[in-house]
Design a protein. Structure first.
Length: 492
């Protein structure tokens, strides 16, 4: 099932309560294009009213984290739908969107000012073109959406389609998510449509390269047919007195053949793409009919890591209730408060990045964290921020992407070296730790020791490059902190 399955963890988590939800999601989902293959439904009001949310004061933490640019959910949101279309070959999004039902009316002019965007009218609808390659559009008095990349023509088509939408047009598997949200009362639902993602030959090739299946007596041909019948995946986390999670994978064929290795195979996929957390190892596996699942409890740290890989288009934090004030910067006025807030948000993100890196088990996981945090820095508000702080912000983002590339380069170089180590044999797709499949030679002459030594050397080189990069970031941080403290006469 391999890299197709991993997309589930990049979208969201699910949580369930016993009371039924209303039909708010159906209206929002009716605005999602039919080409979507990923859907997330978030009932934020219910999440924040759960026992654990009250006990741990999630509402106040949400307000603070959003104000600092750390998360994408605005405190004013009641319901949120995230949708995307992914190219599973490249694992890159074709488009991503968020649609939110708010408890107040957003002020697009203020959003444009805060993020240095441009006010526009697209298909007769007010919109803001934001610097981070996305559009924010008003879809109703208290409904807003974001679309990335910022393709004006696609935005116009989406607006017209959303205006005419009266029922969900997404796939049946994605529509099934509405049942959990509206009938069961699930607070957050993820649905990922994985139908028709690969054929038998492609599935067989991936299975042949899986380390989990090495030495096992498995009918690869029959197993490949089962994988081809893959329909989709849902991931969920219930928030009650404890945090309890579940991942289920649905097929069109009986999966009893996979009973002995379904869990380690899934965990192998997640680990190789940097999305496995330690708690998954202890989760209980079940195989029944055309579905297998794993479920168990999550620690607060595990929950944070699962949530941290969500990379939804962020929603700016402004509403019609916010107005110009004496303390708010106007025009090109740069303030100590705005500059310090931006600077400190970067420091908080760098601290979180360091914590996540410590628990990374693969190079792919480390590379993924650097990319995620670079995007978060890109999306911080810029209104009233000193140009030198903005230059520093752009520099840090650039350096984090350089670190991500350094780790990714290990996998690419290892694929090339592995081919040179092997002196004979047919060309085959081989699995490299933490990354995926690379074209290389599969030969009996190449020893495991040679391959291990090559990978160890490249890993050390990649780690050294990342250390150097982060050292430069630390130096820049000290310089900017000193310069801003001297300029504004306040401690940064």
């Amino acid at each position: 099932m391999l890299r197709v399955l991993v997309m589930a963890l990049t979208l969201a988590v699910t949580a369930a309560l016993s009371r039924p939800a209303d039909a708010q999601f159906k209206e929002l989902v009716s605005r999602v294009p039919s080409t979507a293959n990923g859907l997330v439904l978030l009932n934020i009001k219910k999440i924040l009213s759960s026992p654990q949310a009250a006990r741990e004061n999630w509402k106040e933490k949400l307000d603070q984290a959003f104000a600092a640019g750390m998360i994408f959910l605005p405190p004013s949101a009641d319901y949120c739908v995230l949708a995307s279309q992914r190219d599973f070959e490249s694992f890159e999004p074709v488009w991503e969107m968020a649609i939110m039902d708010l408890n107040n009316t957003p002020s697009l002019p203020l959003i444009a000012r805060q993020y240095k965007g441009l006010l526009e009218t697209v298909a007769g609808t007010p919109a803001v073109s934001l610097p981070d390659n996305r559009y924010l559009v008003s879809l109703g008095p208290k409904t807003v959406g974001t679309l990335s990349p910022a393709n004006r023509q696609e935005l116009g088509r989406w607006i017209r389609g959303a205006a005419n939408g009266s029922r969900p047009t997404v796939s049946p598997y994605l529509q099934s998510a509405l049942g959990y949200a509206e009938e069961v009362g699930t607070e957050i639902i993820l649905a990922l449509d994985l139908a028709d993602t690969f054929d038998v030959a492609n599935a067989r090739e991936k299975l042949d390269s899986s380390t989990v299946l090495k030495g096992k007596k498995v009918d690869v041909e029959e197993l490949a047919k089962v994988l081809v019948s893959l329909k989709g995946m849902m991931l969920g986390i219930r928030t009650g007195e404890k945090v309890h999670g579940m991942i289920k994978v649905d097929f069109g064929a009986d999966v009893s053949l996979m009973a002995d290795f379904a869990k380690p195979l899934l965990l192998e996929v997640l680990a190789n793409h940097g999305l496995k957390i330690d708690e998954f190892d202890g989760w209980k596996a079940a195989t029944k009919g055309k579905r297998f699942s794993i479920e168990g409890d999550l620690t607060p740290a595990g929950l944070r890591r699962v949530l941290s890989v969500v990379d939804a288009p962020a929603m700016p934090a402004t509403t019609s209730e916010q107005t110009e004030s004496a303390d708010e910067p106007a025009g090109d006025t740069f303030t100590a408060e705005s500059s310090r807030k931006h600077f400190r948000s970067i420091q908080e993100l760098l601290r979180d990045l360091q914590a996540d890196r410590k628990d990374s088990k693969t190079l792919g996981q480390s590379a993924g964290w650097f990319e995620i945090y670079a995007k978060r820095i890109d999306r911080l508000a810029v209104l009233g921020v000193d140009p030198d702080v903005l230059n520093y912000s752009a520099y840090v983002s650039q350096q984090l992407r350089a670190a991500s590339s350094a780790y990714k380069g290990v996998g690419i170089k290892y694929g090339a070296q592995r081919a040179s180590i092997n002196s004979a044999g047919g060309i085959n797709m081989v699995w490299d730790p933490g990354y995926g499949y690379y074209s290389g030679y599969n030969s009996a002459r190449a020893t495991g020791a040679q391959r291990d030594a090559a990978f160890a050397q490249l890993r050390a080189e990649g780690a050294t490059s990342v250390v150097d990069i982060m050292h430069e970031v630390d130096k820049a941080t000290v310089q900017v902190r000193q310069a801003m403290t001297a300029r504004f006469k306040v401690e940064f």
